[in-house]
Design a protein around this ligand. Sequence first.
Ligand SMILES: Nc1ncnc2c1ncn2[C@@H]1O[C@H](COP(=O)(O)OP(=O)(O)OP(=O)(O)O)[C@@H](O)[C@H]1O
Length: 816
Amino acid sequence: MSTERKRNARLFDVDRSSVSSEGYSLDGKLDSQRHSDILQKRETLPVRKQKNEFLDVLKKNQVIILVGQTGSGKTTQIPQFVLEAVEVETSVKRPKMMVACTQPCPVAAVSASQRVAEEMNVIVGEEVGYSICFEDNISDKTVLKYLTDGMLLREAMAKPLLEMYRVIIIDEAHERTLATSVLFGYLKLVLGMRPDLKLVVMSATVEAKLQDYFDGAPLMKIYCVHHPVDIFYTMKPESDFLGATIRSVVEIHQREEPGDILAFLTRQEEIEEACHRISEEIGKLGNKVGPVEIVYLHSTLPPDMQQKIFEPAPPPLVEDGPPGRKIVVSTITAETSLSIDRIAYVIDPGVVEQKFYDSRVGVKFLMVSPVSRDRADMRASLAGRTVPGKCFRLYTERSYNQDRHAQTDPEILRSDLGSIVLILKKLEVPDLRHFMNLPAEEALTRALKELSDLGALDDKGNLTKLGNMMSKFPLDPQMAKMLVVSPGFNCSNEILSICAMLSGFDKVKARFVDTDGDYLTLLNVYNEFKRNKEDLSWCDTNFINYSVLKSAQNVRQHLVQCMSRCGIEMCRTYLYGPEYYDNISKAILAGYFMQVAHLECTGDYLTVKGNQYVHLHPSNFLGGKPEWVVYHEIVSTSMNFIRTAMDVRGEWLVDIAPPRYYLKNFPNSEAKQILELLEKWKEEQRKWEREESKNKRYVPRKRGEEVGSREVHRKQEREESRNKRYVLSSNCAWKREESKNKRYVPRKRGEEVGSREVHRKQEREESRNKRYVLSSNCAWKREEEVGSREVHRKREREDRERQWEERKRKCATRKQ
Ligand SMILES: Nc1ncnc2c1ncn2[C@@H]1O[C@H](COP(=O)(O)OP(=O)(O)OP(=O)(O)O)[C@@H](O)[C@H]1O
């Protein structure tokens, strides 16, 4: 324990001379008053009373399961107990061994590390740090690391035995996220190989299966006092749960005793709207009611805004006036990941937005569905954590008892397993079915099939070179492939920005719309943000969330690092060049060729995966209804909508997807007929090319003997091109000499002025100035100046719409 004593002395040594007035000293640590308040508060947490018991069990066992209600202090206290109990080496003494504590979502990891850093009076990122997808805040000094469960799996790819950790704590096991379920299986293997490693599994509910899974590991319960909670139901079902939630909040604030309110809603936009309307409604009540602090919470909220949920309610406006109240409007994030004190009223509309994956048809859905009974009980219990409370359920008692599942399915049973299978393949896990909560065989088979269609797995199911690279990106396999292959389409820079924007920014802004597709709109927003030097006021003027863009920028930086580690080339496609749109669309299609839909006669889109009829989401800004679209996700509300879509061409589909992919997947439909024709045409072309190439032989520079095949010739061409220097002719135009070797020469011989780069730049400039004209047969031809790229696209769209109307008319006639 000598190391421990030394470490404590360093951690808690605060320089009191530099204390500032806001509760923090100049070195970023807490002042003594605030620190002692925090320490006093933590002493009241139920888990503190069982510290010795816990340490005793931990000492004697390799695995321990700990069960305690939310708010009992598991997340913040147990890792600190562990730090005291085990010999964690500091930076002074190598090799370093840390304590890891996993959380199901990034918000929880950041918040817990902040709180524990405050309790230990250190700066976040030093002794206590966090690591979440696209953000690390750790240093050589870090001994306690909060990280998402997904990040721990990724760390295992680099160090399969997780040698850097002495103790691993898996928190919120009851959430049964996909990564946590897989971690259980993986850690069981690692524990067998590393007797020195200890595992603590923490859960808010008793999970009997867990004990069996870890060969009868001891289960320890934390005893908490819980206050009574009265539950109220509505008399009849509520159809508008957003409106009902807002009304309930306002009524509680007018009529009920003091105490903070927690209201659950489904998604970020809804939460923002609710906060706005609640503030308006309460504002209208004037001084009759106390002041309110309305805060919202969702999983992608930046840390500084998360912290607001822990601040106390505002004081009364005047002495003896009505008391203030804090109102938290949250997604499921507040259910278990973050415990908020002093909540006395919970409003539960009985719905939750969840991701589902239908493995039979291979389609991902984002769906609002009824909460299960165990989740509803969890929500209600939050009202009685620190004071007696009330829970208002905006559904009937009958609905609670009869229409809801007893438990939420573990995520592994309703997820696309692609990313996880890719990680497990990289980890060389021998038997994928070995893991707890074994997914349906079908889901696993589909994931393997999809990865092999993407080119990540070979015929024997082993990781290919492409798959190996894809596994290094913390993205889903489609997105990872799009990024890895983007240099082939000369647009890795643009695809990087699109990936970063897709990871958080989903609201398309009308002002930046590109009618060719929502992906390009996202890219426009990002580019404009950079062009305006990341200016906050620019974001405000354009109603764009500054912090989301900053986080996209951060994601982008991380992806750039991943790219450079993998040796992937960074290149950009010229913004005004004729290939800008084509290159980007093709790269997106290379990753998302499975997410393609065709416009059918009925006016609906038919998806290739799962053959679902879907509609374009109202938030899209595509010009008209393109014949083929590639989309990012399906959102299921009143109908199935495809969100974030882009117009693509039929011939690209057969070029980019694996051969016959669409023909195998599409049912007998219009789309299939078109694709069959395209495939046939493509096959003919390939055959012709093969024959051509078979007969063709190349000759050396000196006339006469044959020296090699097409390959040899190409290699030679590449080498020549690398060394080639370009010259600029007097009239600044470039011409290819009609020789076999196709070298560039000036029209008139002149001095040498530049390399291949100069030549490219010139080509780009030419292309920027080039304009389109309509030839007599309604095909577009580049010649005299009549319009820009935009005009050209507009005409193309109009043509398409005309064709579409024509097709609809024909269909109607056929039906008659
Ligand atoms: N970032 C923070 N700022 C202020 N208080 C916090 C913060 N994080 C946690 N707390 C407080 O610390 C106490 C213990 O929370 P902790 O998260 O450790 O409980 P828990 O048992 O792990 O609950 P859960 O299962 O919800 O994580 C709670 O009263 C909580 O409000």
